[in-house]
Design a protein around this ligand. Sequence first.
Ligand code: NAD
Length: 308
Amino acid sequence: MSDGRDGATRVAAGPRLLLGSPIAAEIRAGLTRDFAAFTAQWGRAPVLAIVLVGADAPSAVYLRQILRTCQKVGVEGRLVEIGSHATADAVCDEIERLNADSAVAGIIVQMPLPSHIPLHTVIDSIDPAKDIDGIHPRNAGLLSLGYDGFLPATAQASVEILKRSGIEIAGKRVVVIGRSNVVGKPAALLLMREHGTVTVLHSRTRDLAHHCRDAEILVVAAGRPGLVTGDMLSPGVVVVDVGINVVDDGEGGEKLVGDVDFESAKNVVSAITPVPGGVGPLTNALLLSHLLRAATDQAERRESERVR
Ligand code: NAD
C-alpha cells in the first residue's frame, strides 16, 4: 500500500519500507528520453564497457542486471571478458584501448579482481573522464573536496534513497558501518555534504551496538549478514541496508539478505530499505546517469576540438 511519498510503502503494522525500484524507474524514464536525444544528436548510442577479469557467480548476476538496464535505456553495454590468468599489464592494456575508443563513454571494472592483480594499477589506468563509478583517485579526491566528479554509485544510492524519500539528513546523528573506498567512505563524505553529523564504524570499532544506538540514521555497508540486530537500534531510527549477501535459504537453495536482521529490526525502526529491493535497484540507474554525463561531456569536447 503506497503512502503517497516517493519510493515509500507502509506495510500493515510494519515500518515504512524505502523502496529503490520506483525511484530507479523514474530515473530510467528520464534517461531513456535523454539517451534517445543523445543518439539523435551525435549519431550513435554511447557504449558502457564492463571489464570482467575471470568470472564468479555474484558477478554474473550483477552483470546481467546492468546489461539489462543498458538495454532498457538505449545504451550499448559491452562486456569485455579477460581470462582469470591474465597479467596486470594485459588488463591495463585492455583498459587503455577502451580509454582511446571514442565510442566508449564509460568504463567499469567488475570487482573483485583475481588476487595476483594489484587493484590500484587497474584503477589508475582508467581515464578519470570515463570512470563513471568514481573509483579513480582523481574522482575520489574531487568527492572529498566537495567538487563535482563522478560519485561511486552505490554510496550515492544510499544517500539518494533518503533524500528522495523525504528524510531529512541535515543535523541528524548519522552512523555509517563500513569504511571501504567504494561504499562506506564515500557514503560518509556524501552524508557530511548533506550536513549530517557523521560517525564511521568499522571492523576494529569497539562496542558497535553502543554507537549504533546513538544513530538517528544508520547506513550499514559491512557485507556481514545479520550484523545489526533490533536490540542495537534506538526506536525510530531510519536504516539504509547496503549489504548484499547470498545465504542458505534453509530449503536447499540460496537467498539474498542485507547486513541488518530485518525480523528483529522491523519493530524498532521507523523506516528501512529492504534487501533486495532497496539500495540495489537505484545503483544501476545512477550509474547510467553518470554515463549520460560522461558521454555528453566527451562528445562536446570532441566537437569543440573539431571546430577549433
Ligand atoms: P568491503 O568488504 O570492502 O568493506 C566492508 C567494510 O565493513 C570494511 O570497511 C570493514 O571494516 C567493515 N566491517 C566488516 N565487518 C565488520 C564488523 N563486524 N563490524 C564493523 N564493521 C565491519 O565491502 P564493500 O565493497 O564496502 O561492500 C559492503 C557491502 O555492500 C557488501 O555486502 C556488498 O555486497 C554490498 N554492496 C552493495 C551494492 C549495492 O548496489 N547495493 C554495491 C556494492 C556493494
